[in-house]
Design a protein around this ligand. Structure first.
Ligand code: C6P
Length: 423
């Protein structure tokens, strides 16, 4: 056995690369072939979590079957193998988001933990009484509650930049809310409830002229668009593996070296130290200072393979394909009378949130489920977004690289069926 990683073979990568062949891609995802409730599965709940290609499932199984050991702790063969695969996964993530250094990639449990980490370390150090943290009205709860906890503790204020009726950030209002007491700006790259793509680079520019760091919640961007943290200029970028075809319980926090270096650790324990006595502990170097305890080694390996899979198809190809699919879905669904789209930003990713006259979103979800169509209904962990639009919930279909126009047609037919049931 060698210490090479179990990535897609050159031949396999070549096959995917040739052209955007959605049927070929679908065959990589075994779950897409199954039936649910006697119907062919139409999986349109990708913003909640994506499905996993066989290559990722195989890498995880192989790790536990052939390679499992704890990392950074053993001189034996398996420990060295697991350590080298874990290190390699970090390098894959580094390249994927174009981070300058691998030590700027901190492995965490997901976007939620990444944002909590920043709030509890950078935030606790830099936010004081009467300071402000600025977020937007389109946040997922993961980019609200960690800042609320911080603001409560520090007697600081959470400011909220408003959105317009399309679900876009109102930039003039956003800028007005940046003041001398603003210590952190936290924004989503892509809204999970609306699909809005935010002008991250522009926001970072505004923030940096005032020396304010920007935390980007990239949970809904990472599976759909090319991410370049250097061209975005952001200080922190958070995302989850499970939404980008990797395993659950795994995620990434990117942070700029100088900020990570100056931050106190998040959790204490093994591996985050370089020496411990009862008098004094010296913390480990980056990124290990922020990775206390035994990490999810299989999770990191699985994420690395998922990224290599995305790279083989090409993020630009994926973005272009999904863009076309979203345009098709938008046309189809908005043409159905009695259906109103929630979130119609000019720059949008593959999320189609909608409400229907006289039908609760949960009923839409239940009837679609009988047709084998999986969507999410509810507030999508973004209750303030629902309040902005004066609704309790939406039905949300969210697209991924393996969805097809046929599936969009099935969604449209399902919505018409909902209308029949409630007419
Ligand atoms: N949104 C959805 O159905 P975690 O749970 O840590 O992997 O991701 C949290 C998170 C953070 N930010 C955004 C923009 C998100 O969309 C999510 C997760 C899922 O929309 C589950 S609530």
């Amino acid at each position: 056995m060698t210490t090479t990683t179990n990535l897609p073979s050159a031949a396999e990568l070549h096959t995917v690369k040739r052209a955007y062949d959605v049927q070929r891609i679908r065959r990589d995802f075994p779950i897409l072939a199954r039936d649910v409730r006697g119907k062919k599965l139409v999986y349109l709940d990708n913003a909640a979590t994506s499905q996993k290609p066989q290559i990722v499932l195989d890498a995880i199984a192989r790790y536990y079957e052939q390679e499992n050991a704890n990392i950074h702790r053993g001189v034996h063969f398996l420990s060295e193998l697991a350590t080298s695969k874990h290190d390699h996964a970090r390098q894959i993530v580094q390249k994927f988001i174009n981070a300058p250094h691998a030590h700027e990639i901190v492995f965490v449990r997901g976007a939620t933990e990444a944002i909590n980490l920043v709030a509890q370390t950078y935030g606790r150090k830099h936010v004081s009484s009467c300071d402000e943290v600025l977020v937007t009205a389109m946040e997922h709860h993961s980019n609200i509650v960690p800042w609320q906890i911080l603001c409560d503790e520090k007697n600081a204020k959470l400011r909220v930049a408003p959105i317009n009726e399309l679900g876009e950030l109102i930039m003039a209002e956003f800028e007005k809310l940046i003041g001398p007491r603003t210590k952190i700006i936290a924004i989503p790259h892509v809204s999970n409830a609306l699909g809005t793509v935010n002008p991250v680079a522009k926001i970072v520019e505004l923030a940096h002229t005032r020396n304010i760091p920007v935390v980007v919640d990239g949970a809904q961007a990472a599976p759909h668009t090319k991410i370049d943290v250097q061209s975005l200029g952001c200080d922190f970028y958070a995302f989850s593996s499970h939404k980008m075809f990797g395993p659950m319980g795994m995620g990434v926090l990117y942070g700029k070296t100088e900020l990570l270096e100056a931050m106190p650790p998040y959790q204490g324990g093994g591996d985050m130290i370089s020496s411990v006595t009862f008098e004094k502990t010296i913390y480990n170097k980056l990124p290990f200072k922020f990775e206390a305890g035994t990490p999810d080694v299989a999770g990191a390996i699985g994420l690395g393979v998922a990224i290599e899979y995305l790279n083989a198809i090409g993020m630009d190809n994926i973005a272009a394909y999904e863009h076309e699919l979203l345009a098709y879905a938008t046309e189809k669904v908005s043409a159905i009378s009695g259906v109103r789209l929630i979130g119609t930003a000019r720059d949008k990713a593959g999320v189609l949130s909608f409400v229907m006259d006289n039908v609760h979103p949960h009923d839409i979800g239940t009837i679609l489920d009988q047709e084998g169509i999986a969507i999410r209904t509810g507030h999508h962990c973004a209750q303030p977004v629902m309040q902005c639009f004066g609704i309790p919930a939406t039905a949300r279909a969210s697209l991924a690289l393996y969805n097809t126009k046929d599936e969009v047609d099935a969604l449209a037919a399902g919505i018409k069926k909902v209308q029949e049931v409630f007419s």
